[in-house]
Write a protein that binds this ligand. Sequence first.
Ligand code: PSU
Ligand code: MN
Length: 299
Amino acid sequence: MIVLGDEVRTALAAQQPVVALESTIFSNLGLPSPANAEALEICVSAIREEGAVPALTAVLDGVIWAGVPEELYERVLDCSVKVAARGLAAATSQQFPSGATTVSASVVIADRVGIEVFATGGIGGVHRESQLTGDVSADLDAIARHQVMVVSAGAKAFLDLPRTLEYLETQSVPVVGWQTDDFPAFYTRSSGLEVTHRVDDARAAADFHLARRAFGQGGTLLVVPIPSVAELDRDEIDRAINTSLEEVRDLRLAGPSVTPHVLAAVEKATEGDSVSANLALARNNASVAGQVAAAIAAQ
Ligand code: PSU
Ligand code: MN
C-alpha cells in the first residue's frame, strides 16, 4: 500500500539514515511558487549533506509514496489537495490523482515503513478559540501515537501555543529544545514558553528517541529555533497574524482550509518576509533531522 522510492528502500534495508518529509509545505497550500520548489530542493540537499536519504511523502495516482521519485516532484509542487492522517484511506482506495500529505499523514507513513525521523517547517496545533471551534490539528495525536522524532521550528503563533503545549503534555509527548530552553514560535526564536527538555547535539537527540522507543512510547517533538539571521520582528509578525486571523474569521472558514488560508494571509501581510524566513528554518530543520537520523543509525 505504501510504495518506497528505490533509494529509500535500499537505505532502510541497510539501516542507513532516512528522513521523511511532508508535502503540504511544498505544495500550493504551504508556500507560493516558486518558493515551494526552492524549499523542497534545499530541504532535500540539506538532508543529503548529512549523509541521510530524503523520503518525500505524497499521494500520486492513488499510490502513497515514501520517497517520491525526483521526476514526480513537479506534481507534488502543483498539488492542492490536502491529505491528513484520516485521509490516507480515501486517497488510496479512491485513487486520488494527487494529495499533499500533512505532518499527521507523513508521521503515520514514516512509522509504518520504519522511518524514525521526520522534518518539516512548523507543526499544526491547538487553534486560538478552540474552546469554541474544537479545532485541534491531527498532527498532535499523530505525533503522540507514532514512534517518530518530529523536527520542526515549533508552531506558528497564529495558534494557541500555551494550549498546544498543554495538549502535548496530556498526550505524553516530550517537547525537546534543540540547543534551547524555549519553545520557538516558528518566525521567532522564542514564544516565551518553556520546553520540557533540552538537548545540545544530535547524539543526545538520538538517545532521547531511542529511550522513547525502548519504552514503546510514541513520538517526540524536537524543536529547533529559526536561525538568528532569519528571525522576523515579533511585533511585525504579531500584527500580520492578527490581520490574517480577522480575515479568516470574516470568511467563516472551518476544517482543513483554515491553516492554508492563514498561511497565505500571513505571507501577504508580511509582504513575503515570511517566505524567506520559512525557507531558512525549513532548511535548518532538515539539516538537524539528517544529523539525528545519522546518529540513530550509528547506534
Ligand atoms: N504550519 C506551517 N506550515 C504548513 C503547515 C502548518 O507553518 O505548511 C501544514 C502542515 O502540513 C501541517 C498542516 O501538518 O498544515 C496542519 O494543518 P491543520 O491545521 O489543518 O491540521
Ligand atoms: Mn484543523
